[in-house]
Design a protein around this ligand. Sequence first.
Ligand code: KMH
Ligand code: ZN
Length: 280
Amino acid sequence: MTAAPHPTTLITVAPTGAETAKADVPALPTTLEELVETAVRCEQAGAAMIHLHIRDSDHRPTLDLGYLSDAVTAVREHTELVVQLSSGGSVHDPLADRLRVLDANPDSCSLTLGTTNFGDDVFLNPWPFVAELYQLAQGREVVPEFELFDLGHVASLHRLLDTYGLPSGGRVHCDLVMGVPGGMPGTADALVAAVAALPLQTTSWSATGIGRSTLAVALAALSKGGHLRVGMEDTLNLSRGIPVKHNEQLVSRAAALAELAQRPAMSTSQAREFLQVKAR
Ligand code: KMH
Ligand code: ZN
């Protein structure tokens, strides 16, 4: 990992997630139309990559290949965003269904490096699953984003890269997911410790802080030369008692912070080069 910070900031938007119910948060984009509208506005606001969880016609999380493929196609038709599909799904999704996410032909997929307590649930990522998903992504030339919820996940990333080599395109991009109840806390101290432990092969990393930790993590990430992930998957309030009305607000705020840090938002074409995403 080079010491000099990148001159621009990759902003990833995670607009929906799998945890929040549409009935509780009507502003959550769950239909294909809402997803495309969100993607277009977030791209205009400075996002270069989108991390997608898909919902079915009842607004429930789904890994159905038809829904996933339709979403990938629609976002590609309307934006230049790097399209990343979640391979994490929801805590209830079987591992086999999560492997099949790659059949929807995304540019990128999330890849979590270990099991973590996730509130009252367990987000399951046993080593054989991680290794299989990684090799599948290599074979399909899909760029993984390594999701690290804990310092132990960073250790597992060393093992993965040492055992199976570099991902498609040769870039190692990580995302520190901080502040999940059960994972590492969303603090500057935890971020510094995790960044210091990243493998030498790491070429870039972003960070996201769940809930109230979002700003502390974003500011720490920018200070340490990292990139940003924001969105309603991770944060439902702009500040105490002020709900997010549209993901664009979170992207605009991230772009403003990046501008202030004198590392403005990266364009989509820069992001494709940066992550070495294969043309599809
Ligand atoms: N929904 C969480 C259980 C990912 O997208 O890869 C897992 C998650 C991680 O959101
Ligand atoms: Zn996710």
